[in-house]
Design a protein around this ligand. Sequence first.
Ligand code: PLP
Length: 499
Amino acid sequence: MLYESTRGKYNTILSAEAIKQGIAPDGGLFVPSKGVALSAEQIYDMIDLNYKQIAIEILKLFLTDFTEEEITDCVNNAYNEDKFDAKEITPLSKLSDYLFVLELWHGPTCAFKDMALQILPHFLTRAAEKTGETDNIVILVATSGDTGKAALEGFKDVPKTQIIVFYPEQGVSEIQKLQMVTQEGNNTHVVAVRGNFDDTQSGVKAIFGNEHVRNRLKEHHYRFSSANSINWGRLVPQIIYYFSAYLELLKKKEIAPGEEINFVVPTGNFGNILAGFYARQMGLPVHRLICAANENNVLTDFIKTGLYDRERLFKKTISPSMDILISSNLERLLYELTGHNAGKINEWMNELKGDGKYRVDSDTFNRVKEIFWSDFATDSQTLATIKEVHQKYNYVMDTHTAVAEYVYNKYTKETGDRRKAVIVSTASPFKFNASVAKALLEEEAIQGRSEFDLLKVLADISKLPIPKGLQNLDTKPVLHKKVVEKEEMLEAIKDIIIY
Ligand SMILES: *Cc1c(COP(=O)(O)O)cnc(C)c1O
């Protein structure tokens, strides 16, 4: 399988090269140059496989330049019971005869980013070997909370890599911050930036684009790479759980072979739901992919109207991992839906850069509407949903998952579609416990309590154990104390990596 850039101005390359480069030099994203199809029979044949075995079957279709042994090794290192606190890796909970919740948060950092970031470092070190790379790799990350910690856990102590995470000093929750500043590992570096997430992300982008710095690093045998969701190596592992969820429903006889289901996905950067799109393209019987947004509802508007318009006020919400106005992975979807038309992608992306908006042509828009449906939830609707779900199903959801549940209810009301549905749950309720506690308890019960007290309160209500990764965070030593101005990010890198 070869990979090509969505902007069409770069040659086709093997997956190892695409994973190592992260983003294409012409500014595009790497995608498979042709589709991968599985027959209904081939899908049914996977019914008795466990998560790791399904992972190997899916990954080998896309990473054809990796040997099966290399893929197996990556999978075994990523998805095991040392790292995940559920033997199924991604357990499926049944809420009703129609509705299931796919829990993607049993990894070390309690959010779905682990599904990809536990395996990406293994792909990347293999990819470096396979492409004859001798330099050390420096992973630069700008995070609004979840990606930073997941990347640190994934890359810690990985030979020949250094990882540097920048986070906005005031822009992450107390728990997210403590998860990062207590990070262990001999190659991990965490730096707070005095600014917001946009400042942090722009800073990192500018450093990636700085040729002088790149050349200086090269002289000292380092090169930058990226761990965010523009990297194909982060996208491809996410296809696996759409298959595992479907196969589990089949196995439990909740659905019949070939029966179409819907997936509901809380969306920000369009990475998770795009993996669902690839699974559907491969032949997985998915009717609709329901895209659930919070009040930063740029994707909802796009799916309803065909106009992508990021010119709007950015809102800070209680589902912060979806507070995004530029959904980078949408570019991959449009490339696929236009039959790999790089000319159109360049046109639209230039309009986005220039005017902050673009409108797709009617053929493309019709295809979008056929596959996707979208709506959004406000913060108060999200809180009310957490409470309702707890009362109705005795199940505790985090804020991101609750956005999906709210949008799913709207979908069934408006369309009458009663196909079975899977809500893709992206975070443990403990990770966003302050909001979850607010939804479930009276004001007096939470007033004056720290996020750590609330973990215990939530454990009582949900009858779930506090996840290992969040226990004792308040007593762990703080190992990363550096705080810099947004203009000083490059200096910070120089202090960490002598070049
Ligand atoms: C990253 C994240 C999302 C959004 O995922 P995308 O792939 O960016 O759409 C949703 N929920 C949580 C908890 C996340 O960490």
